[in-house]
Design a protein around this ligand. Sequence first.
Ligand code: NAD
Length: 435
Amino acid sequence: EENQPPYTGKICCIGAGYVGGPTMAMVALKTGLTVTVVDLNKQRIDAWNSDRLPIYEPGLEEVVKQTRGKNLFFSTDVEAAVRDAAIIFVSVNTPTKEYGFGKGRAADLTYWEGAARSISKATVPGSALFQGFKIVVEKSTVPVSTADAMTCVLQENCPAGVHFQVLSNPEFLAEGTAIADLTQPDRVLIGGSMSKEGIMAIEALASVYAHWVPRERIVKSNVWSAELSKLVANAFLAQRISSVNALSELCEATGADIDHVASAIGSDPGIGPKFLKCGPGFGGSCFQKDILNLVYLCQSAGLTDVAEYWLQVIRMNDHQKRRFGKLIVDTMFNTINDKKIAVLGFAFKADTGDTRESPAIDICGTMLNENAKVTVFDPEVTEDQVLQFRDLDYRRIFDTMCKPAFIFDGRNILDHDQLQSIGFRIQGLGKPKTL
Ligand code: NAD
């Protein structure tokens, strides 16, 4: 089927968020195809059409500048864009429900179903089709078998004779490196039905990516494997963070240094050096949500022990967030009442303005509960510039501070020896206790 001609029609994407925006900007840049990104949120669309994009990602502005108004469009007219495109990506938010039914917390598919219903509504006689059908691509992270639910909603609400092929094409980009990840993805995963039409749909989508992604990196599978792979990829990354964070506490208790341990174990090829830095806990909109999603799937299948195993990754993360807050209070003589504390960085990690589920929220919460006076500074949240906290004039800062002057380095990015020589009392996570 790889001999089928490449897809040359229009592309639509429902959802102009952290995934939809950058992903579609890259598709527009690399394929030259006409791409329209739609969203119900007018403010967000206005921002995409302005000089101040709604999200910060290194390199994103350049890609948008090269394509917007030429073959990349942002619009609130969902119906028109869906009608004109035979490939429709769905990249809406899929949060976790706030409550559970005794089986853990499931994914909230409200927005997802809303998108499905608007696709069927906009699919009228005369709509753009590919080989007689429309291709709907799950870009959002969804529970396994959501493609079946999507097919059901689409099929039962559209004009007679029209049909759909639903593909799973989960997005593996990480915020902060989205443009680099999209330019050279480790893999592009496309799951679909193994019927003749399903394979044609998979090949049509593969031909879009093949404009810039080497064919051997375009991996094809059945739809359930693709859906599950995304959840598992995030669960593994989060599990690794929780493992390192669990060790950071042990390092502090024993006098070992987490960075020494990480480089010692990371040279084993079975472990590898990446993702071995400890921190104040993972954040962002995905890790916790996707693990909860996985846990819910396990529980629904009656796999209680497997569900417990993954839940522990989240429990460890909650522990690390609480622990960092407590470390600050304990170290400052067990009272931070009325003390002025500056928080450098509020986003959930470097190079992003995204503060969703940031551990900083919990840590600031702890400090505020203890009546500290907290001032937060984060360059990405307010302005599009990257400022390295490493390069601040710490000598001058030290001179202005109340003594003893404390620094708590939740990411171990500062030069601890140098700061100690200035006179600071500094404690990093996973570092031998110095205070
Ligand atoms: P987001 O909240 O930034 O964007 C989603 C957008 O969809 C919102 O702007 C919302 O207004 C819009 N929307 C919701 N329902 C709609 C509808 N019916 N019609 C039109 N627009 C609608 O979310 P995001 O961070 O871009 O994530 C999207 C999906 O991708 C999620 O499933 C997420 O799990 C997954 N994902 C996210 C990341 C990440 O790093 N953020 C990475 C990989 C995968």
